[in-house]
Design a protein around this ligand. Structure first.
Ligand code: GLN
Length: 474
C-alpha cells in the first residue's frame, strides 16, 4: 500500500523525510516484478529510474525542483523516448529504438517526473481489449480472467495495480477512457490539439490524442497542465492559453449537464445503467440542472469512425516497409517481395485487417461512397455536439455499455469488438475532451465508469465536475 493518496501528499512526505523517493521507485519496480503475470509493461527502466530518483530527491531537498518532482509515470509503448525501444507492441518494430523523445514525455521529464517504463498495448493502438499485442495480452488487475480494455490496457492496469503513480495513454477512439473504466481508474482524453503529438506513433492522425491515467482527479489535472500547450514540432497543437487546471478544482458556476437519450438505449447493461442513474440522482439532489438532449447522429459514429481511422491508418502505416524501421523479412528474392513479406510477417491480424479496410475505402470507385461520406458524417456529429453545448456545459454518459469482458470473449467477432467503442468514438470524431470516472462496481466487483464530455478546450470544467463527483462518492 502506498502511504499517500495523491501527488501533493507524496511530495509533502518526501519533504518531511517520511518517504524516500528511491525506496518508492524500488517499491514500484518490485511490484512490476511481483505482478509480472499482468503483463502490463513491455519494458521497465530499472537502473535509470532509481538513478533519477536519487537526483530528484536531492533537488527536492535543495528546494529547487519541477512541478512533477518524483511523480512516477509509465508511458504507453507508442510514445518515443530517445535511445529506448518503441515497439507499438508490434513485431514490425520489435528491434526499433527511437532517435528522439516525444514532446509530451520531454515535458514530464523537464518537470522532474520519473519515467519507470513503457506499457503494453494493442498493436499500433488498434483494439479494445489489449488482446492484439505481439507481447501477449494484459490481465485486468481487478479480475485476471478479464481484459483490462484497450488499447492502452497496460497503462490502465499499471495505475490500477499500483505499479506507478500515473501513466500516459493515447485515445483515438476511446483507448484511454474505456480501459480506465474497465480497471476502475481515472482517464482523460484531452481536446484534439491540446497536447502535442510529436513523437507519438501515428495511428489516425486527425483523431490521436495523448492523456493521463490517474488514481485521482488532482493528479490528472496536474499532469494535463504539464502536457498541454503549443509545440512548434506539431502544427496541429493549439496556441490557446493553458489554464492552471490543478490550482483550482472547485466548481465556480452552476453546471448544466446534458443526458443524451442515444447513450442510454438498448445494449447497455442494467448494472451500468443503474450506477449512472444513481450519479444523476445525486447531482439532481445537489441542485445541478440535468437537461435531456439529443445527439441524433450517434448511430453513425462507429461506422464513420472505422472508415476514417482505417483510411488514415492505411496511409500512416505505409512507412513500415522493411526498408526503414525495425523488422525486415529474410530471404526474399526482390524488392517488392521484401516489402510484401516484411509487412505480412511483421504486422498482426487486426492491423492487417485495418490496412485492408482503409485501403479499400480510399480506393478509386469507393472513395466517394465511403471515405467522403464518412467525412460528411463526421461534420454532422460535430454539429450535434456544437448544438448540444449551446444549452449544456457537460454531457454525461456511460463510458462503456458493459464492464470488463472475459479474455477471448470477443476475439472471434471483430464487429462485436468494434461495437464496444460505441460511447467513446464520438468525442474523437468531434475532437472534444472526455473523462472516464470510476463510479461504482457491479455485483461481480467489476468497475463501472462514467464519461463526461465537454466542448473543445473546456477541460477545466470537466476536471472540476470530476473533482466534485470524486469527493462525493469516495
Ligand atoms: N478501440 C478503438 C479502436 O480499436 C480505439 C483505439 C484507440 O483509441 N487507440 O480503434
Amino acid at each position: 500500500m502506498l502511504p499517500y493518496k495523491n501527488y501533493s501528499e507524496k511530495l509533502k512526505l518526501i519533504k518531511e523525510g517520511k518517504l524516500s523517493l528511491v525506496e518508492n521507485v524500488k517499491y514500484f519496480l518490485t511490484q512490476i516484478e511481483v505482478k509480472k503475470n499482468l503483463n502490463a509493461f513491455n519494458f521497465a527502466f530499472h537502473d535509470e529510474s532509481i538513478a533519477s530518483a536519487r537526483i530528484i530527491e536531492e533537488k527536492i531537498r535543495n528546494g529547487k525542483y519541477g512541478s512533477l518532482a518524483g511523480l512516477v509515470i509509465a508511458v504507453k509503448d507508442v510514445l518515443s523516448i530517445k535511445n529506448k525501444p518503441t515497439t507499438c507492441s508490434s513485431n514490425i518494430l520489435k528491434d526499433f529504438n527511437s532517435i528522439y523523445t516525444a514532446s509530451a514525455i520531454q515535458k514530464l521529464l523537464d518537470e522532474d517526473a520519473i519515467i519507470i517504463g513503457k506499457t503494453n498495448c494493442d498493436e499500433f493502438a488498434m483494439g479494445s481489449s489489449n488482446e492484439n499485442s505481439a507481447f501477449g495480452n494484459v490481465l485486468n488487475p481487478v479480475d485476471i480472467t478479464r481484459v483490462p480494455g484497450g488499447s492502452s490496457g497496460g497503462s490502465a492496469a499499471a495505475v490500477a495495480a499500483d505499479l506507478c503513480d500515473v501513466s500516459l495513454g493515447t485515445d483515438t477512439g476511446g483507448s484511454i477512457r474505456q480501459p480506465a473504466s474497465f480497471c476502475g481508474v481515472y482517464g482523460l482524453k484531452p481536446t484534439y490539439g491540446r497536447v502535442s503529438r510529436f513523437g507519438l506513433t501515428a495511428f489516425a492522425s486527425s483523431f490521436d490524442t495523448i492523456g493521463p491515467f490517474a488514481k485521482n482527479v488532482e493528479d490528472m489535472a496536474l499532469v494535463l497542465e504539464v502536457l498541454s500547450g503549443l509545440d512548434e514540432l506539431d502544427s496541429t497543437s493549439s496556441n490557446l492559453p493553458v489554464p492552471s487546471f490543478s490550482k483550482d478544482l472547485n466548481l465556480d458556476k452552476k453546471i448544466r449537464i446534458g443526458i443524451a437519450k442515444e447513450y442510454f438505449g438498448e445494449g447497455i447493461s442494467l448494472e451500468v445503467k443503474n450506477s449512472i442513474d444513481s450519479i444523476i440522482t445525486m447531482l439532481k439532489e445537489n441542485n445541478f440542472e440535468i437537461i435531456d438532449i439529443s445527439l441524433p447522429h450517434t448511430e453513425y459514429t462507429i461506422a464513420a469512425y472505422y472508415i476514417l481511422t482505417t483510411a488514415e491508418a492505411s496511409s500512416n502505416l505505409a512507412r513500415y516497409d522493411g526498408a526503414r524501421y525495425g523488422f525486415r523479412a529474410k530471404q526474399t528474392s526482390n524488392l517488392l517481395d521484401m516489402y510484401k513479406q516484411s509487412r505480412s510477417d511483421g504486422f498482426g491480424k487486426e492491423v492487417k485487417r485495418r490496412i485492408m479496410l482503409g485501403t479499400y475505402v480510399l480506393s478509386s470507385g469507393y472513395y466517394d461512397a465511403y471515405y467522403l461520406k464518412a467525412q460528411k458524417v463526421r461534420r454532422l456529429i460535430k454539429n450535434d455536439f456544437d448544438n448540444a453545448f449551446k444549452t449544456v456545459d457537460l454531457i454525461l454518459t456511460p463510458t462503456s455499455p458493459f464492464t470488463a469482458f472475459r479474455i477471448g470473449e470477443k476475439t472471434s467477432d471483430p464487429l462485436e469488438m468494434y461495437l464496444s467503442d460505441i460511447f467513446t468514438t464520438s468525442a474523437n470524431l468531434a475532437g472534444i475532451p472526455g473523462i472516464s470516472i470510476p463510479v461504482g462496481k457491479n455485483s461481480e466487483g467489476l468497475p463501472i465508469g462514467m464519461q463526461l464530455l465537454a466542448d473543445q478546450f473546456n477541460e477545466a470544467e470537466l476536471l472540476k465536475m470530476s473533482y466534485f463527483i470524486q469527493n462525493k462518492i469516495f
